[in-house]
Write a new protein. Structure first.
Ligand SMILES: *[C@@H]1O[C@H](CO)[C@@H](O)[C@H](O)[C@H]1NC(C)=O
Ligand SMILES: *[C@@H]1O[C@H](CO)[C@@H](O)[C@H](O)[C@H]1NC(C)=O
Ligand SMILES: *[C@@H]1O[C@H](CO)[C@@H](O)[C@H](O)[C@H]1NC(C)=O
Ligand SMILES: *[C@@H]1O[C@H](CO)[C@@H](O)[C@H](O)[C@H]1NC(C)=O
Ligand SMILES: *[C@@H]1O[C@H](CO)[C@@H](O)[C@H](O)[C@H]1NC(C)=O
Ligand SMILES: *[C@@H]1O[C@H](CO)[C@@H](O)[C@H](O)[C@H]1NC(C)=O
Length: 473
């Protein structure tokens, strides 16, 4: 007699589950369920489809993106929000991000930058540069832009952001641009940033530009642009503190990673250095530029850069320091360990006369200080010249250390593998024998150049597993 009511309850209960399942499954099918890693997970979710987005490659979605971000910004103090962009071709102009926000591009999503140049808003030049880079005045705002934010994630399943830069490159070559070209991603005055697992192609100019920001993780990024495209730098940390760039693959028309901190008198007066920067597992192809460049805009200073496991193929130079009289600032405590290089013009390159001034008002007495530059554990093949180290007369670059380096010269190598002027330092176990300004202490000093063993704060930032999926009750 007791069994019957229980059975009834069970049947009703199962019925409810089946009905709810039916509803939830239909809803879930459009978003699916998946996991990803991020500095923080979000309490609220939406799809660009909820805001009228159309992924047909033709419909302009600028408004859908901006409406979505503006709407989701209400959850900033309530667990944050994530915006999903499903597979499709999403044509869009520039839009701004918000705090406690994740932009997630699902597999096979392609964000296509609008080619209507006149529709790109123009913003002021960066205060630490005083001028735009392509033209003196303003700059076209970046495709994905954020300023004065905290806790922002831009990630995906290796989905693509396509800058469709061809038109911009053409306008640049024809000198027809009124303003400086846009970047693909620029994050300014912000803290706690993650940019990961995306493929960026054909940027109009630089690809990723964190500036005046801190606590930044950039991971698993592929950057592709024709090697002849103008100024398509890969990743440019600029006046940033505590940055970690890992597992990136970059083919571009300019430096794969360019570390910066402002230009001449504008950078000196802004006074914001780039420091505590880690670069690991970078692969670079850039026949006309460097795998890692420091400068040429370094007037706010660059200090404590740690680069490890760098591979470069058909790249002009491995690490290059670029500066000039009038820059002021400093480049110091630079550590590079483990480079594997194939087909290079110069493995090591330092240039004290780079020129390229913001304007004629730079201070000719503002000399850069280049000091404490450490390179170790380098193997290179097919190299035209081992090193070209040119400091500034009366302002030598000091504390240069190069150890455990084997450079195989190309058949058509220059007669003298090293050219040094206005530099001071030491070497240990370097082949071919370095110039007299870097006297070699011999094979037993292979480990002589420093690489810090302490860890930086950005290394202790752990990524969480975030999931999105269906919830039944
Ligand atoms: C990037 O993708 C890889 C492989 O799919 C995954 O293991 C990793 O957690 C992802 N990382 C981030 C930071 O999104
Ligand atoms: C995005 O931010 C920039 C700089 O703060 C601003 O000029 C622009 O109007 C913003 N765009 C939108 C659509 O809010
Ligand atoms: C953003 O932050 C910078 C630096 O703190 C500040 O100068 C600027 O006024 C802020 N901008 C906005 C729109 O809050
Ligand atoms: C991401 O996509 C790019 C371009 O399609 C490809 O070359 C790269 O191998 C992919 N990376 C991963 C981790 O799947
Ligand atoms: C010299 O560099 C190679 C890599 O090029 C590395 O395997 C080796 O451990 C280094 N030797 C010393 C003594 O640091
Ligand atoms: C060596 O470098 C030259 C360019 O300097 C290039 O033409 C040649 O193909 C390279 N050889 C190999 C074996 O990579």
């Amino acid at each position: 007699m007791m069994i019957k009511p229980i059975k009834l309850v069970l049947v009703v209960f199962l019925g409810v589950i089946i009905i709810l399942n039916g509803v939830e499954c239909r809803k879930a099918r459009s978003l699916e369920s998946f996991e990803y890693s991020a500095i923080s997970c979000r309490g609220h979710s939406a799809s660009i489809l909820d805001y009228g987005g159309v992924g047909d490659g033709k419909t302009l979605n600028t408004k859908a993106f901006q409406t979505a971000v503006n709407h989701l910004s209400q959850y900033a103090s309530d667990g944050g929000a994530q915006l999903f962009v499903p597979a499709g071709k999403w044509l869009a102009g520039t839009f701004n991000l918000t705090s406690h926000f994740t932009l997630y591009l699902q597999k096979d999503a392609i964000l296509l930058a609008s080619q209507d140049i006149n529709s790109w808003p123009v913003v002021d030049p960066l205060p630490s540069y005083g001028h735009g880079r392509d033209a003196a005045g303003g700059r076209y705002i970046s495709l994905i832009f954020g300023t004065n934010l905290t806790d922002v994630v831009i990630t995906g399943e290796n989905a693509t952001i396509d800058g469709q830069g061809g038109l911009w490159w053409q306008q640049f070559h024809k000198k027809k641009l009124k303003y400086t070209r846009p970047y693909l991603i620029e994050i300014m005055h912000s803290d706690n940033i993650q940019i990961s697992n995306l493929t960026l192609v054909n940027s109009p100019s630089w690809n990723v530009h964190p500036v005046y920001s801190s606590n930044i993780i950039i991971q698993g990024i592929t950057i592709l642009a024709p090697v002849t495209s103008p100024n398509t730098d890969g990743i440019n940390p600029d006046s940033c503190t505590n940055t970690r760039i890992e597992d990136t693959y970059i083919v571009s028309g300019d430096d794969c990673i360019a570390i910066k901190s402002g230009w001449d008198e504008y950078g000196i007066s802004y006074g914001m250095p780039t420091k505590q920067l880690i670069i690991r597992r970078l692969t670079c192809i850039s026949p006309y530029s460097a795998a890692i460049a420091l400068g040429s805009e370094m007037s706010g200073g660059i200090q404590d850069v740690r680069a490890e496991d760098i591979t470069a193929i058909q790249t002009e130079s491995g690490v290059r320091i670029k500066t000039a009289v009038g820059r002021g600032g400093y480049v110091k405590d630079i550590y590079v360990k483990g480079m594997n290089l194939h087909t290079m013009k110069w493995v090591f390159w330092m240039t004290g006369n780079y020129g390229s001034h913001a304007d004629s008002h730079y201070d000719p007495n503002a000399l850069p200080e280049i000091k404490g530059i450490n390179y170790r554990d380098v193997v290179a093949e097919n190299v035209t010249m081992a090193g070209r180290l040119e400091g500034i007369s009366g302002d030598p670059f000091t504390g240069i250390c190069i150890s455990n380096v084997t450079i195989g010269m190309a058949k058509k190598a220059k007669k003298y593998p090293w050219a040094c002027a206005d530099v001071e330092g030491v070497a240990g176990g370097v082949v071919p024998t370095p110039c007299e300004l870097l006297p070699d202490q011999g094979e037993e000093k292979l480990g002589m150049c420093d690489f810090p063993s302490d860890s930086l704060a950005i290394d202790s930032v752990a990524l969480q597993k975030c999931s999105y999926g269906m919830k039944y009750f």
